[in-house]
Ligand binder design. Structure first.
Ligand SMILES: CC(C)(COP(=O)(O)OP(=O)(O)OC[C@H]1O[C@@H](n2cnc3c(N)ncnc32)[C@H](O)[C@@H]1OP(=O)(O)O)[C@@H](O)C(=O)NCCC(=O)NCCS
Length: 156
């Protein structure tokens, strides 16, 4: 699955490569980002990260795109198979938030992949993510302790 085959007016997506390893590493290890992770909140080791990224980039079922604004990398959007559907993960660098970049990037990614449903797991307290997925038409599928499971599109 190739990311970023279309373009958006202001915000664009391009496929991630191994050259993005450092920026993805820095983003995922931001303490504020680790707190939003549903499955782990401990710092990720560089070698573990590189092995993970290499596997993601060669997995045909993973969609991993870098979000760019005016040619500068400002975030990432990733979809990959998980429990109940294709799970989405989104990040926009702090200095670029609140400008609709995440919404444009997720909407674009959803237009590029056909597989449904898409699942978002959002921790309680992550207000930006709750607002983001609701505004894009995700519906609450389940509420679990400390988190909400959102679903976009019908199950096959
Ligand atoms: C969540 C995140 C991706 C939002 O990125 P963004 O580019 O600022 O989002 P947008 O500007 O596209 O905003 C989308 C919607 O979310 C709302 N929103 C964004 N940040 C918000 C916040 N901190 N509190 C409340 N609402 C927020 C916007 O108002 C907008 O809603 P609206 O259409 O009703 O006005 C970004 O804050 C981030 O990267 N956070 C850390 C990583 C993370 O939590 N990822 C999600 C894990 S699933």
């Amino acid at each position: 699955m190739r990311a970023g085959q279309n373009t958006m007016d202001v915000t664009s997506l391009r496929p991630a490569t191994m050259e993005d390893a450092r920026r993805l590493f820095d983003w995922v290890n931001d303490p504020a980002v680790l707190e939003t992770k549903a499955d782990t909140n401990s710092k990720i080791d560089w070698n573990v990260h590189c092995t993970w990224l290499s596997a993601r980039l060669t997995d045909p079922d993973t969609y991993l795109a870098i979000i760019e604004v005016s040619g500068a990398a400002v975030g990432q959007v990733r979809l990959q198979p998980g429990p109940g559907g294709r799970h989405i993960d989104i990040f926009v660098a702090p200095g670029h938030r609140g400008r609709g970049i995440a919404r444009a990037a997720v909407a674009h990614a959803l237009s590029e992949i056909d597989e449904r449903p898409v699942i978002a797991v959002v921790l309680d307290g992550n207000q930006g993510s709750h607002a983001l997925f609701l505004s894009l038409g995700f519906a609450v599928k389940a509420k679990e302790e400390g988190r909400t499971i959102y679903e976009f599109g019908d199950a096959p």
